[in-house]
Ligand binder design. Structure first.
Ligand code: BG6
Length: 487
């Protein structure tokens, strides 16, 4: 095992939803593909008293659910030999006793806290007090880091008291998605785009993260956070940063993260007046999604709630590259389709040489990057409509399309879980795809400004029918700026 690689992974919250649905299947797939170092052990901990065999069976079922081709006996035997379980109360040093013997001899442990962020600080101190941390231990934290700047600072300080920043891996699982990483390739491996990537050529940018799922059983968490804190603070701002950042000098962690932080710091703070004009909060009411009737959020929640399940807002980046180019963001639950998409709308040609009907045909170019569920890149170009016409030629917008799913659909190809990339990076100690402390805090600073402006302006949520594209105000928001959502 190379010096830099982790030799044991401890999954705190090992029987929880994240570990079962994402982490264990991801580790299994990494092992099948030969990416896990030989000798790497995986220990799950949770409060429940359970023997190793019972946990291994639980993990087998979890992995089976994700393995479309089923489990291969040989692969499972090798993977399950890595697994172990220890019941622990990770918030107290004395609660960690059962874990100690399993960590004996480990040089480079990696602790994954698949726990409520409110426990991060206490768990880190307990680990330290139980002498389970050495200077090579890595710690992995899930979002959300706090609920606002103040609480994120507290968590970061508590974790930072035990682990140095280069040992802390803050996960935003969007950064583990192949298509999100492809944004870096698209922008910086093609000389074509960079000269056009600015306010001289780009009119505006739209980022949409639409989900058909409702909040369902997750409401105890969600009701505290809402769409602004659950999606915009992290996933959507990460997408915005990758679109807007300056070219980093290389892909070293700090080179990329420095550029992202600069974008976050350039986001124009919201004022109370802007809260009304530049943002919309919505909450789904009963409706129909994908042909099925769906309850409203308050019915799921069991009582009225002020929490938003939809946000649309206009962000402005005050720097030389982006001055005057609005970024329109929208995200919501119970929307008509699942779609994560970035649309870059270019400006009109400066002067049209086309007269007659062709003048009206002329539309501006658009680059649409579909991240999920489709993985497509489409550039619309104006073309001459073939054939004869009376008078001037007719024009038509035609797509130049690249389907990444089709292009890379060789035998054995499968869509990886975002956590595979991220877990492998932590095992190898590579932190480019993780979020640095100042990045989280800069994102919270901007989000806090929005939440505060909402509060001051008394901006309540507007209901929208499940299965629609959010409240009418979301359309008005972009139309006031003379644009329209790309659907
Ligand atoms: C999570 C949010 O971080 O991301 C969820 O907490 C959301 O509310 C999910 O559903 C979306 O992730 P994905 O990968 O399905 O787009």
């Amino acid at each position: 095992m190379p010096e830099s690689q982790a030799d044991i992974i401890v999954l705190f919250g090992g029987t929880g939803d994240l570990a079962q649905r994402m982490l264990l299947p991801s580790l299994y797939f990494l092992d099948v593909d030969g990416f896990l170092p030989e000798g790497l052990r995986i220990v799950a901990t949770a409060r429940a008293e359970m023997g190793r065999d019972a946990f291994v069976e639980m993990a087998r079922q979890a992995v089976c659910e994700r393995a479309a081709q089923g489990l291969c006996d040989e692969d499972w035997t090798r993977f399950s030999a890595r697994l172990d379980y220890a019941a622990a109360d990770a918030t107290r040093p004395e609660g960690l006793q059962a874990l100690k013997p399993l960590l004996a001899g480990a040089q480079r442990p990696m602790f994954y806290l698949a726990l409520s962020p409110s426990l991060y600080g206490r768990v880190c101190s307990a680990l330290s007090d139980a002498s389970l941390v050495n200077e090579r231990t890595r710690i992995v934290l899930e979002k959300p880091i706090g609920r606002d700047l103040e609480t994120s600072r507290q968590i970061n300080a508590a974790v930072g008291a035990v682990f140095s920043e280069d040992r802390i891996f803050r996960i935003d699982h969007y950064l583990g998605k192949e298509t999100v990483q492809n944004l870096i390739a698209l922008r910086f491996a093609n000389a074509l785009f960079e000269p056009l990537w600015n306010n001289l050529t780009i009119d505006h940018v739209q980022i949409t993260v639409a989900e058909t799922e409702g909040v369902g059983e997750r409401w105890p968490y969600y009701d505290e956070y809402g769409a602004l804190r659950d999606m915009v603070q992290n996933h959507m701002l990460q997408l915005l940063c990758l679109v807007a950042m300056e070219p980093p000098v290389d892909l070293e962690p700090d080179s990329v993260r420095n550029e992202k932080v600069k974008v976050l710091r350039s986001l124009r703070p919201f004022t109370r007046a802007e809260a009304q004009a530049s943002s919309v909060r919505g909450q789904y009411a009963a409706g129909v999604v994908g042909g099925e009737t769906a309850h409203g959020y308050e019915t799921e929640r069991g009582q009225p709630s002020p929490t938003e399940t939809f946000v649309a807002l206009r962000a402005d980046i005050d720097n030389w590259r982006w001055a005057g180019v609005p970024f329109f963001l929208r995200t919501g639950k119970r929307l008509p389709e699942r779609r994560t998409q970035i649309a870059i709308q270019f400006k009109e040609v400066p002067h049209s040489i086309f007269g007659g009907a062709a003048k009206a045909d002329l539309t501006a170019n658009r680059l649409v990057i579909d991240l999920q569920p489709d993985e497509d890149i489409e550039l619309t170009l104006m073309n001459k409509s073939p054939g004869l016409s009376q008078g001037s030629m007719r024009l038509q917008a035609m797509p130049l399309s690249l389907s990444l799913l089709r292009a890379y659909s060789g035998p054995g190809a499968r869509r990886r879980i975002a956590y595979e990339r991220l877990l492998l990076d932590v095992v190898n100690g590579a932190s480019t795809l993780f979020v640095r402390r100042d990045e989280v805090e800069a994102a919270w600073r901007w989000i806090d400004g929005i939440a505060e402006a909402w509060r001051d302006a008394g901006l309540a949520t507007k209901p929208y029918a499940a299965g629609s594209w959010g409240p009418a105000g979301a359309f008005a928001l972009i139309e006031r700026a003379g644009r329209a959502w790309y659907d």
